[in-house]
Design a protein around this ligand. Structure first.
Ligand code: NAI
Ligand code: MG
Length: 353
């Protein structure tokens, strides 16, 4: 099978880590029967300065017509508004209907509170429909925002969470070590207060996860505030978390903080039959051009993309090689307290692969 992968380095360290993502895909053992074709695509602030568009139409068109998946590095967004500029990744999620944001968070072996979870965040609705208004009253201004929850979006995100839980089980059995032995999905909500909106999310997610193919998946639910408490005290209790947009946004940054460096945490933006792997970090202008950025978030993002292209075995190989590098702890980049360069970390992981 040949997979066509769009490569969008973007700005800053995106240009250093995306080539590492390409290298690990190319280095997968031939016995897996996977070949790759790479298509270099542009997006980001530098592209905006050169072409007037942060996300050229050509990039979107090629992703849609020619690619099976993509890797996105990071883009720099100016801290003050620049006329005509808006974030390309946000636009890309809309244009390709990438309705799920998937973020696995895994601790390095031997951690006191081991973590191996994935947060599956609904990416199209909830309070982020951005329908806000402000009006005057005799007592002063009042602002309101719409929180929209639909059965359709809740059902498809819960179904995806169930499928991810099953797939993680497969990846574990393909040799990627984990603290979990059986699949579990935890539904996050606040339906004790928001009985209609979060109530609909909760009941729809329960319904979707009661489908026959999920019989081996245990389903639990938890109110979002107590989930934060438990996430900090007992993170090993979570396997797959499914959440509406806002809670998912907050939980996923919080969970990422528990594992020590932004340079370790991958993500994927996923839609029907398409996935873009994207490290969670930004363009890191403070370390760019020095060959010291941690490539692991991108290597794991490449593996995550492969999961959504139904290449679990290839994904498991990459995860295991990364875990082995971290566990040995000899060749670590500076964000993890080591002295190794981007290239040295990559070479060590390629050797293990
Ligand atoms: P950042 O994630 O770029 O950096 C935060 C800190 O983490 C910095 O000290 C950086 O050196 C470090 N860091 C990040 N990735 C690392 C890696 N792979 N290895 C080692 N250290 C790493 O966030 P910051 O500084 O707030 O934003 C910088 C630029 O990136 C801004 O223009 C911002 O708009 C953009 N950004 C883009 C994102 C995206 O493309 N999805 C996400 C977040 C920020
Ligand atoms: Mg966020």
């Amino acid at each position: 099978r040949t997979l066509r992968i769009g490569l969008i380095p973007g700005d800053g360290i995106g240009k250093e880590v995306i080539p590492a993502g390409r290298r690990i895909l190319e280095a997968l053992p031939a016995s897996l029967g996977l070949k790759f074709e790479f298509i270099k695509l542009r997006a980001g602030f530098e592209t905006f300065e050169q072409t007037g568009a942060a996300l050229p139409d050509e990039t979107v068109a090629i992703l849609k017509s020619d690619c099976d998946g993509a890797l996105f590095g990071a883009v720099s967004s100016p801290s003050t508004a620049v006329k005509g500029y808006s974030s390309p990744i946000v636009a890309l999620r809309k244009k390709l209907d990438l309705y799920a944001n998937v973020r696995p968070v895994k601790s390095v072996g031997g951690a006191a509170n081991p973590i191996d979870m994935v947060i599956v965040r609904e990416n199209t609705e909830d309070l982020y429909v951005k329908e806000e208004k402000t009006y005057d009253t005799p007592e002063g201004k009042v602002a309101e925002a719409i929180k929209r929850i639909s059965q359709r979006a809740s059902s498809r995100i819960a179904t995806m969470a169930g499928e991810i839980a099953l797939r993680r089980q497969k990846i574990r059995s393909a040799g990627s070590p984990s603290i979990h032995t059986s699949p579990l999905v935890t539904i996050t909500h606040k339906s004790n207060v928001l009985s209609q909106t979060d109530g609909l999310f909760r009941s729809t997610a329960r319904e979707a996860l009661s489908a026959g193919r999920f019989t081996s998946v245990a389903v639990e639910e938890q109110i979002v505030d107590s989930m934060v408490y438990k996430l900090f005290r007992q993170p090993e209790a979570y396997d797959v978390i499914v959440a509406p947009n806002l809670y998912g946004d907050i939980l996923s940054d919080g969970a990422a903080a528990l594992v020590g460096s932004l340079g370790l945490v991958p993500s994927a933006n996923v839609g029907e039959g398409f996935a873009i792997g994207e490290p969670c970090h930004g363009s890191a202008p403070d370390i760019m051009g020095q060959n010291i950025a941690n490539p692991i978030a991108t290597l794991r993002s490449a593996a995550l993309m492969l999961e959504f292209l139904n290449e679990e075995e290839a994904a498991a190989r990459i995860y295991a090689a990364v875990d082995a590098n971290l566990e040995e702890g000899k060749l670590l980049s500076p964000d993890l307290g080591g002295k190794a360069t981007t290239t040295e970390v990559l070479e060590d992981i390629l050797r293990r692969l």
